[in-house]
Design a protein around this ligand. Structure first.
Ligand code: SAM
Length: 459
């Protein structure tokens, strides 16, 4: 019983008992408790049969995590949401037992799966209005793979800190954790435990406004260890307006910030942000611009920012202040422009991945590695393959073109991320036309190029 089966079982349960209609937090918490119980039982970290009666009496996360620890928790796992446990009736308890004792399908599964189950429980309208679409596993893995070149566990890296400022249900932190473990090679059980503790104590930081998403992130991180360890770096709050993380204290910011246009933001909040982030967030800018600025504030000098965000800022009129800021404050290392391919399902924006390094002075010769997808009619089933191809850094790919651009050549009116060959053609066209091609959407630009073929031939 993998994701789909568990998800179906939870959905059947929700429909049967009309479960999510009233107190949503309490109900999601109940379902999460069921999943954690199953995860621990399937992975033989608790003996469900031996504690069956007690679990029914004390059906809370803290009680179940205490069983795993072998002693009651000294402090609550999730102080934020103190929800009184409801007594569990026989019928519902029957369902919990059936779920827990069904085939041990969560044995050996990545706990990151819990994040996907949580996302599946969010209503689609709520997701759209709040820009809540979590990063798919393969994109998270691609973004995480670059984070860790400088991280060597166990080598005086106590204060190496990686932050997801809008962590949702932890997909990026989960990927970062996995990448660190993969890069550490073979460790003894004691070293593994020490590494797990270090990651949860000091290295991995996450913030989100949604308390349940924060709880899910904490659970995912906790369940990655063989022993119970409470994560200390996941906080609920507003990263843009609250001082949750100390300025200049973070080595890497990795994120998929919400993309929310001006129409969806409450007037008071927008006013506050426009004052606070005046340098980048003006007029009809996007909320995600504030996250780039905030990331820069939180980064140590030379720290790295990796975001998957809307590609719109690359050319949008209202993105000009942000472009000017990025060009001054960061060495732009990589831009993956999916060029209109919507690789995050359900999201109505065109994504791009940016990798930036905070710098006081930008070298004249700073080059940007651009990977720009060719416009093709790819089917969603092929997206995982397309994303995997990014890791191969393939110059000859038929999926994307890959080339370097000088950062100093970017013009803040609109960043033209074209290969030297395409740029040459555009310049020739512009010489012969009364208008510039800036701000023309890529699709229309391609049509224009086709339209101008005879003209190009004559150039
Ligand atoms: C697009 S989701 C991404 C979540 C996660 N980083 C991922 O990649 O799967 C955006 C998240 O930002 C959170 N969020 C929105 N505004 C925020 C703010 N001002 N401070 C912290 N989190 C915020 C939302 O609750 C949501 O979980």
């Amino acid at each position: 019983m993998k994701f789909q089966e568990i998800s179906d079982k939870l959905t059947q349960f929700i429909n049967r008992y009309n479960y999510l209609t009233e107190d949503r937090s309490a109900n999601v918490l109940f379902l999460l408790t069921c999943i954690v119980l199953k995860y621990l039982a399937d992975n033989q970290r608790i003996d469900f049969e031996a504690h069956r009666k007690d679990i029914k009496k004390h059906f809370t996360l803290d009680y179940i995590l205490g069983l795993w620890q072998g002693a009651p928790l000294r402090s609550a796992f999730w102080e934020q949401e103190q929800i009184d446990p409801q007594p569990i009736g026989d019928e519902i308890w029957g369902w919990v037992c059936e779920l827990t004792t069904a085939s041990p399908s969560l044995a050996g599964e990545n706990p990151g799966l819990i994040g996907s189950l949580y996302e599946a429980s969010l209503l689609i309208n709520h997701k759209k209005n709040h820009g809540i679409f979590y990063t798919p596993e393969n994109i998270a893995a691609y973004m995480a793979s670059d984070v860790l070149r400088s991280f060597q566990p166990g080598h005086d890296q106590q204060d190496f800190r990686i932050l997801d400022p809008a962590c949702g249900s932890g997909s990026l932190l989960n990927a970062v954790y996995d990448e660190i473990v993969a890069q550490s090679g073979a460790l003894s059980p004691a070293e593994k435990e020490a590494q797990h503790r270090q990651l949860l104590d000091t290295c991995l930081l996450g913030v989100d406004r949604d308390p349940i998403a924060c709880l899910v992130t904490r659970l995912i991180l906790t369940l990655k260890g063989s022993q119970y360890v409470k994560p200390r770096g996941v906080f609920c709050g507003d990263i843009l307006t609250e001082e949750i993380v100390t300025a200049q204290s973070v080595d890497v910011v990795i994120g998929n910030p919400p993309y929310v246009g001006h129409k969806e933001i409450q007037a008071e909040y927008m006013k506050l942000l426009k004052n606070r982030y005046a340098e980048v967030y003006r007029d009809k800018g996007d909320l995600s611009y504030c996250f780039i600025y905030r990331g820069w504030e939180l980064l140590k000098p030379a720290g790295q920012l990796i975001h998957i965000t809307s590609r719109y800022f690359i050319e949008a009129f209202y993105g000009k202040p942000l472009r000017a800021f990025i060009r001054k404050a960061f060495a732009i290392q990589e831009i993956v422009d999916f060029n209109g391919l919507r690789v995050i399902e359900g999201v109505g924006v065109d994504p791009a991945i940016i990798r930036l390094a905070k710098k006081n002075r930008i070298d004249e010769g700073q080059t940007i590695l651009v990977k720009r997808f060719f416009i093709k009619n790819h089917k969603p089933e092929s997206y995982p393959q397309l994303i995997q191809s990014l890791e191969q850094n393939n110059q000859q790919s038929d999926i994307y073109e890959s080339f370097e651009l000088l950062q100093a050549r970017l013009n803040d009116d609109s960043w033209r991320l074209y290969s030297p060959a395409t740029q040459g053609i555009i310049e020739k066209i512009e010489k012969k036309t009364p208008f510039a091609l800036d701000n023309v959407r890529p699709l229309s630009l391609n049509r224009l190029i086709r339209h101008f073929v005879p003209l190009i031939r004559s150039c």
